[in-house]
Design a protein around this ligand. Sequence first.
Ligand SMILES: [Zn+2]
Length: 61
Amino acid sequence: MAYTIACRDFGTACPYVARGETIDEVVQDAMKHAKEVHSYTDEQLNDPKMIEETKAAIKEV
Ligand SMILES: [Zn+2]
């Protein structure tokens, strides 16, 4: 069992899919990607609404 978050679910054309063995891991991976590739700031990533949307986009695979 693993979890994924597809970047395209956030309205981007980006093919990246974050993966993790746990919810925390996949959220960390998605946040790292958003920061490195999409230039999100820590402030944006720590926004409760952003965290909520990220968690809502998690899929079990
Ligand atoms: Zn992306």
